[in-house]
Design a protein around this ligand. Structure first.
Ligand SMILES: O=C(O)CCC(=O)C(=O)O
Length: 261
């Protein structure tokens, strides 16, 4: 078996160093900073107050669908880039692109409480896979991702209310019994791949002046039968789009997640 697939099967998480080079990272920073300064048309409304650092730097959702702007073209290109897709294919087989996101996470921004991605995507019968690209060096201080290795073998866990002083989202899943949360450290250009049931999230960016930018893709196996409506249409590696049946019902935790990525 592929060495990465072995780690993925054991932990549900694989970190691949330096998949993108310095010039590509610099391009991502400048293109996305220009875009967010120009307008927030790629952003999702997370309902933060005007004085929140995230009000100026909201996260972008599905930028790959906006090929009328450079940030969108770059997102689509990287979503289907063979360096990333080769790893995705080694881990889950032939795949479809379901989602892209860009987080700016400026100094002082809150993080995102622990959650499991397939609560939102509801890909079935398998799960989704995240490719989380560090666009800055990330660690605990600037709110790098924390993950729970081994949590991919747990069922989806129902969330509890999150601490809104630390998280801009309002629901948090507990760390499953017997498992531990681990803080990631990544260099810009590293990519963290993780399974849709892996419990993960991030704490606030407590640094004085370090952004914690990340470009995130979610993939599902090509053999998936359904997905939540928000993720249709999906993208094939040849750029054609495709639509899956819409997952219905709230799943084991009710409907709280229905509209929120
Ligand atoms: O980057 C973060 O802080 C959280 C991102 C995340 O949880 C996700 O991509 O599902």
């Amino acid at each position: 078996m592929h060495a990465l697939a072995e780690i993925y099967q054991r932990d549900g998480i694989v970190q691949v160093p330096q998949l993108l080079d310095d010039a590509e990272i610099e391009q991502l920073r400048s293109v996305f900073m220009d875009q967010v300064a120009a307008d927030h048309s790629l952003a999702i409304d997370d309902g933060v107050p005007d004085d929140d650092p995230l009000a100026r730097f909201p996260r972008f959702v599905h930028p790959h669908r906006r090929t009328d702007v450079e940030a969108g073209r770059l997102s689509l290109e990287l979503m289907l880039d063979s360096r990333i897709l080769d790893v995705v294919t080694a881990l889950i087989g032939p795949a479809l692109g379901a989602q892209s996101m860009f987080y700016f996470k400026p100094p002082g921004a809150r993080g995102q409480a622990l959650h499991q991605d397939n609560t939102f995507l509801r890909a079935d019968p398998e799960t989704c896979l995240a490719a989380w690209i560090a666009v800055d060096d990330v660690d605990a201080e600037n709110g790098g991702l924390a993950v729970v290795p081994g949590s991919h073998t747990t069922e989806l866990v129902c969330p509890e209310p999150a601490d809104l002083t630390e998280s801009f989202t309002n629901a948090e899943v507990p760390v499953p019994d017997g498992l531990q949360k681990v803080q990631t450290r990544m260099k810009a250009g590293d990519v963290l791949f993780f399974h849709g049931s892996v419990v993960h999230g991030s704490r606030p960016n407590t640094s004085a002046d370090r952004f914690r930018r990340s470009l995130i893709f979610h993939y599902v196996p090509e053999a998936s039968i359904e997905i939540a409506a928000f993720y249709n249409p999906l993208v094939r590696p040849d750029r054609r789009s495709t639509t899956l049946s819409e997952a219905i019902g709230g799943g084991p935790c009710g409907d709280y997640a229905a509209a929120e990525p």
